[in-house]
Design a protein around this ligand. Structure first.
Ligand SMILES: Cc1cc2nc3c(=O)[nH]c(=O)nc-3n(C[C@H](O)[C@H](O)[C@H](O)COP(=O)(O)O)c2cc1C
Length: 191
């Protein structure tokens, strides 16, 4: 009974980097994901985000940054290699960078963050609708100064990375999501 366009929304799930294989999306498919992201609600059309593509040789650069960040966090060489692998394993990665204007006269920061979240969700749903798998990831790495400087202009925030590729397998069970009635509640405050 679900109208066709809702299917991608109702069936989207995250696929982690270790289950992503080649091929990654083409430039045309990435453009569709960006167009979907741009359909997210965005007060005053500030577009407070950028998606930065990490693929090909750039993956090695990101892997080196991840390994250095792991060492700086006190991990041994095995741990550093594991973190580097997180950059190398997915066919591609899309860094998500937020540009929040804290002094905007009309749009407070929380509304701009809502636009960033909507964009990420739409990007991931478009990837799923096109047959790709993806997962939004962050962790302490986003606050590593060298990594943040490599991805961000001054004043920007590194939100994290979307690992993207072809899902090697489907998830083993249904998504553990609450029933709709847990988030859909009547407001009776004025009665
Ligand atoms: C900004 C952001 C950062 C996230 N960072 C991580 C992360 O570092 N590690 C992780 O396992 N999940 C992280 N998640 C959650 C996953 O991307 C995913 O949404 C979650 O595992 C639920 O799976 P689902 O998307 O299939 O419902 C993050 C989500 C968001 C929105």
């Amino acid at each position: 009974m679900n109208p066709e366009p809702l299917q991608a929304l109702l069936t989207r799930y995250s696929v982690g980097p270790k289950h992503l294989v080649e091929p990654g999306p083409s430039d045309e498919q990435l453009a569709l994901m960006a167009q979907a992201a741009l359909r997210a609600p965005d007060h005053a059309e500030l577009v407070p985000y950028r998606f930065k593509l990490v693929r090909g040789a750039a993956k090695q650069g990101m892997a080196a940054l991840f390994a250095d960040a792991a060492r700086a966090a006190g991990k041994d060489e095995e741990g550093a290699a594991l973190d580097a692998e997180r950059a190398l394993k997915p066919p591609m990665t899309v860094a998500v960078v937020a540009r929040i204007d804290l002094g905007h006269p009309q749009v407070p920061a929380h509304e701009q963050w809502a636009a960033v979240g909507g964009a990420i969700a739409n990007f991931l749903t478009a990837a799923h609708a096109l047959g790709f798998g993806g997962k939004m990831l962050s962790g302490a790495k986003v606050r590593n100064p060298a990594i943040a400087a490599a991805f961000c202009e001054p004043g920007e925030t590194l939100v994290g990375w979307i690992a993207l590729g072809t899902p090697a397998r489907r998830p083993t069970g249904p998504a553990r999501k609450p029933a709709a009635d847990q988030v859909l509640v009547e407001w009776t405050g004025a009665c």
